[in-house]
Design a protein. Structure first.
Length: 412
């Protein structure tokens, strides 16, 4: 296993040396900064065949190498040409080429894989009250948009002011995040409360009512739960009521892990049903964990709403533990210090990750006058796609390859 020293570099990384071990079927690269990457032969061969990357050099009829036995690969020679590694495989006579920057960005070391994982910044109500506001007038600047998307990614909540109060503006603003998702409310949901003498049929029910609503996940009864939410205030309650509430669900889950490990374990391992059957058009029902964790036990998402949680469909010996665990989690979620409250003013917008941040509202007097907030939703996949594209555009390559968490979709 001879080491080959080279002086090669991509636009972002310098390669110092490389070796290969046929017995272990591993190529080892040492980079200019001392970082070491180890790649399995079969991984390198698969990396060359990846049509979803849109590589122009690949033949349209290229055959997928995934069925190839890993032990079949025999590396004949390896060379560094320009900004890539060129590997000749003697067992089938093929040659694969691997961009150095792509190899480093996709390093399989534990350190590198952890660096590509999201690192949520937990917050309290007091912390959120100190968040910097973004100005809608600055959104055409790519660097400002990048900061906004980063804020949503890392904290799950961002606040924007000076948005036009023209109805429907939120639909246009959502394009900074991705296409608007259509729900049973349509693409645009008017959360509009009128004085009782002006209410029509079905107005004043649910979100359009005037009663208080505890912080919750929107439409958690869907398997594909809503992602990034935008709440745009057109008219606040004239009497100052109806303050919006937001709580960091991941922070609450981490607090529960410490205060009640048994409840945390239950909610991260036992799927519970959420459902909606409020009218003949609704027969939504899904089952998932209230707190979603990844394979390392890191909390990645929260999905809970008291109004869409039927009596649990569980074995008899799990029913009471379920209620105890939910009660313990609610105590963390609804703790006064957890909540950020604000009566959104005309032209203010709250943007939050519905699979992390729970939202609610204080009660208000509907007879005081009209209250109107317009709401739209963008899929998390589309948000992450926009995030990576914008990161490349502004030269933030450290962000363009990060791996989004699975969110609550890992719960099923």
């Amino acid at each position: 296993m001879a080491q080959t020293k080279v002086e090669a570099s991509s636009s972002r990384y310098t390669l110092s040396s490389f070796t290969h071990d046929q017995a272990a079927r591993i190529v080892t690269i040492v980079w200019g900064d001392g970082h070491e990457s180890r790649f399995a032969f079969i991984w390198l061969r698969h990396g060359e065949f990846f049509p979803a990357l849109g590589r122009p050099e690949q033949a349209s009829d290229a055959w997928c190498l995934l069925p190839e036995p890993p032990e079949a690969a025999v590396l004949g020679s390896i060379n560094c040409n320009d900004c890539s590694l060129e590997i000749h495989w003697s067992h089938d006579g093929s040659t694969t080429r691997h961009d150095l920057a792509w190899l480093r960005d996709n390093c399989t070391s534990l350190e590198a894989r952890r660096a590509r994982q999201p690192k949520p910044q937990l917050w309290s109500g007091e912390d959120a009250a100190g968040f910097d506001w973004f100005d809608a007038g600055d959104m055409e600047d790519p660097a400002t948009r990048m900061s906004l998307l980063e804020h949503v990614r890392d904290r799950g909540l961002a606040l924007v002011r000076n948005v036009s109060v023209e109805p429907g503006t939120v639909m246009e603003f959502a394009r900074y995040f991705g296409p608007v998702r259509r729900t049973h409310h349509g693409s645009l949901f008017n959360i509009r409360s009128l004085p009782r003498d002006r209410q029509g049929p079905r107005v004043g029910i649910g979100a359009t009512a005037a009663n208080a609503q505890a912080p919750h996940t929107d439409e958690g009864f869907r398997h594909a739960t809503l992602g990034i939410m935008l709440f745009h205030c057109l008219k606040p309650d004239p009497s100052g009521g109806g303050r919006s509430m937001f709580a960091d669900g991941i922070a609450a889950a981490e607090a529960l892990r410490i205060s009640d490990p048994e409840a945390f374990d239950f909610l991260t391992t036992v799927p519970l049903v959420q459902a909606a059957e409020r009218n003949p058009q609704e027969r939504f029902r899904t089952r998932g964990r209230i707190i979603a964790t990844d394979t390392l036990g890191v909390v990645r998402g929260v999905k809970v709403a008291d109004r869409t949680m039927p009596p649990p469909d569980l074995a008899e010996n799990q029913v009471e533990p379920a209620y105890r665990a939910i009660r313990a989690f609610f105590a963390q979620l609804y703790a006064p210090e957890r909540l950020f409250e604000r009566c959104l003013q005309p032209g203010e917008m709250a943007i939050f990750d519905n699979q992390r941040v729970l939202h609610g509202r204080r009660a208000f007097n509907p007879d005081a006058g009209e209250r109107c907030i317009q709401q739209v939703s963008v899929e998390r996949d589309e948000f992450h796609n926009t995030f990576r594209q914008l990161a490349e555009q502004v030269g933030r390559f450290d962000l363009s390859n990060w791996e989004p968490d699975a969110g609550i979709l890992s719960q099923a």
